[in-house]
Ligand binder design. Structure first.
Ligand SMILES: [Zn+2]
Length: 86
């Protein structure tokens, strides 16, 4: 199970990390979210460790979060693979 935590208002430490462009469509962002990959995902943290991935979405994509959750997860994994992080 993947925990994709959402809060109505990002705390300041998280809001300060908002990325300028939407993870999915490239539009300017409004929301900053945190992805905690589960131990059964390709981006699982090492045993005994946690992993937190910060990403941002535009209004449109955030409004469709529930239907896009799997695509968001795949996009994060793809980006990490492309950068050699996993
Ligand atoms: Zn978007």
């Amino acid at each position: 199970m993947v925990d994709m935590t959402r809060a109505p208002v990002a705390p300041p430490w998280l809001a300060a990390r908002r990325k300028p462009f939407c993870l999915l469509c490239g539009r300017p962002t409004t929301f900053t979210n945190v992805y905690f990959p589960g131990k059964d995902t390709p981006v699982a943290p090492p045993p005994g460790k946690g992993r937190m991935i910060i990403y941002s979405l535009c209004d449109c994509c955030e409004g469709r979060f529930d239907e896009l959750a799997d695509i968001i997860e795949a996009s994060i994994e793809s980006d990490l693979r492309a950068t050699g992080a996993i």
